[in-house]
Write a protein that binds this ligand. Sequence first.
Ligand code: ADP
Length: 492
Amino acid sequence: MQKYIMALDQGTTSSRCILFDKKGSICSMAQMEFTQIFPKPGWVEHDPMEIWSTQIAVAAKAMGKLGVTEKDIAAIGITNQRETTIVWEKATGKPVYNAIVWQCRRTAEKAEELAKDGFGDEIHKKTGLIPDAYFSATKLAWILDHVEQGRERARSGELLFGTVDTWLIWKLTGGQVHVTDYTNASRTMLFDIHKRRWDTEILQKLDIPCEMLPEVKPSSTVYGYTKDCLIGDGIAIAGAAGDQQAALFGQCCFRSGEVKNTYGTGCFLLMNTGDWPVISGNGLLTTIAAGVGDQVPYALEGSVFVAGAAIQWLRDDLRMIDRAAESEIWCRKVEDANGIYVVPAFTGLGAPYWDEKATASISGITRTTGKAEVIKAALDCIAYQITDLVRAMEQDTGMRIEELRVDGGPTRNGYLMQFQSDITNKRVKIPDAEELSGIGAAYMAGISAGVYDLEKLAGNMKRSVYEPKMDDEIREKKYAGWKAAVDGVLSK
Ligand code: ADP
């Protein structure tokens, strides 16, 4: 009897494997960190072989903890760091270069160049993305530029391109299957999200041979079976999605208008917009969400660069606290931030401002301002930035967001969660499980393997709830103060 669903969660700093039972509960977990390679300032690489070896090792370890074999695993679901780009030789399986990680800025100039002469708008319309080095397109072109005869070899079918999902599926199937899913394809900046196919014009502009691209499939479908694999052969690989889309699915945001936010170092807010690819007037990205069967829903995405990182700054640079969790104790010491605002524009500001030259500030300081107010303002700025995105999404879609489903380390901060609910005037819901991307990957695989039922999943999850309690007038006054503080740091 096959009792378990395996989620492979391939993240930026570690590879993780989680085994779920048929009810969707976590039974076993293993994790391994791997090497971050920084060849130059602003450059970030991973060794694809290490991504693979750590991923398969944690899979074996998670199975070992439960004493199960391949016969006990009904299906594998994959969730992965998005946009990270790998090129390898089809014949040998050897990568021709290290994986260029999403964070890597080496192609910033190339991305700017590509966006010139109106082509940036063209890219935005087709791919839903705002041209940037972040996405796979310019990273792939860079590898082809720097590998001997890269383009010729790619054209003749010798080289294959993939994001991390593609690489893992290819390795798991013993080099038999070269595929990606819609969510990962939608982050390459090479994929027309409306026509749902690789875009010939963008490919030509970057001189990327279409022969090297994977076939694009739905997120919840059987891609292939494990072969010549350490964890055993014949296990169905039945789901895949980029980490943020997997978390949206894991939060059971299956319907249009449902929103999740993941708080971490930064934040990722995604809204399911159903059949409608909303092109944002506020600098949000349009992307493909994970669907069931042949469904290909869309999502709007906004990110905050500095969220939990503001708390790390309090801890490591200002040395106001020893641990992140201590910030909550200080927040409880004062009623209010008393007009203090922290705008954490350490690396400029993202949506809806998009100002890379904006600089950070602490404003509203008086003679009586103390540590507690500054700490409180640093926590508040996380919630204000999310409010900016929530309001932008409501404006772009004309829909009212009912609630925020949230996850990530900072959701342990009860003060922050209540303030988030108050300042957005939305209910905030926190699931009792933490691994939302892994859960999403398991759900997708479990649904296509016939183990999980979509309708039942949403009912399974236990959540704690914060309800908004703030007076409308106070909320609008506080938010207006935030907008004024942001206005003070914008470069134009
Ligand atoms: P990531 O995967 O991005 O590292 P995590 O979900 O592990 O994110 O969250 C880590 C971040 O959350 C850190 O930036 C840390 O400062 C912040 N954080 C953790 N616990 C708390 C807390 N109780 N209150 C506020 N921030 C917190």
